[in-house]
Write a protein that binds this ligand. Structure first.
Ligand SMILES: NC(=O)c1ccc[n+]([C@@H]2O[C@H](COP(=O)([O-])OP(=O)(O)OC[C@H]3O[C@@H](n4cnc5c(N)ncnc54)[C@H](O)[C@@H]3O)[C@@H](O)[C@H]2O)c1
Length: 486
């Protein structure tokens, strides 16, 4: 057997084995720190948050209307490739009594003018994945606070570039992980902080959402960017909806830290079968679409093959010995689930549907899953204060049942009050970078991959996220629209 025919031989030859000391794991190098960390970064309060939103496809328009409803926030600039999409949002704003923002559209680089606009003090990125890193980096280079849709970044190298810029310029850089603000997720966080579940042992999160129809739709993702990603990559590119909340419960990055990950993917069966079953419709679409963006032609994206396996399952082990399972499947006909399971020495919470069980030894109400009355009691007692204070308006404003609005509300409140944001740049990078880490593990048949410590040791001292709310009165007549369920 030759040296290169064994997995360890391949890994050794590629210089990846145990570079930072984990026997057998594909290692990583940690660059030397040049600046102070920005884990609990507090910046000068922004009297008015003046937002520039880039990307007005399915996701961006809802952000524009949600943000406009928050006191002390103005949407001052908008950018998209298409003039009609920008004009549509300008009309919505002016129809609702807000001033017209500056418009940027047309060329692929027009968004840079929005970043440079001196009025803008927060750049809000809702563009395709392939544009996230250049947009986030450019905002930080121009000393603007920036928040970005999920996932913010894809490779370890890009993470270090973004961290270096955030640390050098002392700007906020936050992943817009709305699922951290879900009602069940915040209930779980409150249960954990009140030690109801005991010492945390294991968590599970996922993104299981059948997106086949949307990925192949002519009026879906602009330029078929998600299909193109699937054609070029495997692993889990979209881990953060399930992973982010679990990391907050476990204070990963703030008292615990991810250490090593392994991942396996199933074969890519779903896309090919879907494409075959819809051949006539796709042939028609191919005949009309000749674009080439995001790394390949529309023709190639619609024809396949697609590399990403349908189901990717990763397991992460933390420094304190906890385990986290993360799954991704957007190509099977399964009901939506983020799993959202957190289990400790005294009890467990899981979602889809929401259930809680508590150990009778700790005087819990019930052996087995709590019944409806017990659930009601626990939900009332441990309702997160953010939901208690602003849940009703959030539900009315919408966006995934209100969590999108609460995310924006907390973000703007923190900026207005000079507080650290709920999700720092290290968490934003670590949750997102599962894209590369899972792909590396999958391509090496499930080999363990070391997870870089982006905090460079600061995780030991960073304070866990508390139970935070806001003190902001939102206009009761405020309205949002264009909320989508994706
Ligand atoms: N957090 C959530 O629940 C959630 C839900 C949906 C989508 N998302 C994320 O939001 C992002 C956008 O998703 P979407 O569904 O709206 O995609 P989309 O394709 O519908 O919209 C993207 C928009 O960005 C614009 N765009 C592309 N390149 C641009 C450029 N160079 N300059 C300016 N605009 C540009 C496109 O014209 C398009 O209007 C993705 O990162 C996605 O993962 C998050």
């Amino acid at each position: 057997m030759s040296f290169f025919s064994t997995r360890r031989g391949f890994l050794k030859a590629s210089g990846l084995v145990g570079a930072a000391g984990l026997t057998g794991a594909i290692g990583c190098k940690i660059p030397t720190r040049k600046h102070d960390h920005v884990g609990g970064l507090a910046c000068a309060p922004l009297e008015t948050v003046k937002v520039g939103v880039i990307g007005l496809g399915m996701r961006g328009p809802g952000a524009v209307s949600r943000l406009s409803a928050i006191p002390g926030v103005r949407v001052v600039a908008l950018s998209d490739l298409f003039e009609a999409r920008v004009n549509n949002r300008v009309k919505w704003l002016t129809d609702h009594g807000f001033s017209a923002p500056t418009r940027y559209f047309g060329g692929t680089e027009e968004w840079k003018k929005l970043v440079k606009n001196p009025e803008v003090n927060l750049v809000y990125v809702t563009s395709p994945w392939q544009m996230h890193v250049p947009m986030v980096k450019y905002a930080l280079e121009n000393k603007k606070h920036v928040v970005c849709e999920v996932p913010m970044v894809f490779t370890v190298e890009e993470c270090w570039e973004i961290i270096e810029l955030a640390e050098a310029n002392r700007c906020h850089c936050m992943l817009l992980e709305n699922c951290c603000y879900g009602e069940s997720e915040m209930l779980a966080l409150n249960l954990v902080r009140n030690n109801v579940l005991g010492t945390l042992v294991h968590g599970e999160g996922a993104y299981i959402h059948d997106l086949r129809g949307l990925m192949f739709a002519g009026n879906g993702y602009e330029g078929f960017w998600r299909l193109k990603w699937n054609a070029m990559h495997t692993g889990n590119p979209y881990a953060t909806h399930g992973l982010g909340p679990i990391c907050q419960y476990m204070s990963v990055g703030r008292g615990d830290q991810m250490r090593v990950l392994t991942a396996q993917s199933s074969g890519a069966f779903g896309m090919a079968e879907y494409a075959a079953a819809h051949k006539a419709q796709l042939d028609e679409l191919k005949a009309t679409r000749k674009g080439s963006k995001y790394g390949m032609t529309d023709q190639r994206a619609l024809s396949g093959p697609w590399m990403r396996g349908d189901m990717c399952t990763a397991v992460i082990k933390t420094e304190l010995g906890r385990t986290i399972m993360v799954q991704h499947d957007t190509t099977s006909p399964r009901p939506y689930s983020r799993i959202n399971l957190i289990s400790g020495t005294k009890g467990i919470l899981k979602d889809y549907p929401l259930q809680i069980a508590l150990d009778p030894e700790y005087k819990a109400p019930h052996l087995g899953w709590c019944n409806q009355a017990q659930m009601k009691e626990i939900q009332a007692k441990y309702r997160h204060p953010l939901w208690r204070d602003s849940g009703e308006i959030a539900k009315r404003m919408g966006g995934h049942g209100g969590m999108d609005f609460l995310m924006d509300l907390r973000l703007c409140y923190c900026l207005q009050n000079g507080l650290p944001l709920d999700i720092n740049v290290y968490e934003s990078c670590q949750w997102s970078v599962l894209a590369e880490l899972t792909e590396t593990s999958v391509k090496n048949d499930g080999a363990p991959v070391e997870v870089p410590d982006f905090t460079r040791g600061a995780w030991r001292d960073l304070k866990p996220l508390g139970i935070e709310t806001v003190n902001l009165e939102v206009d009761k007549n405020a309205k949002a629209d264009k909320q989508l369920s994706v």
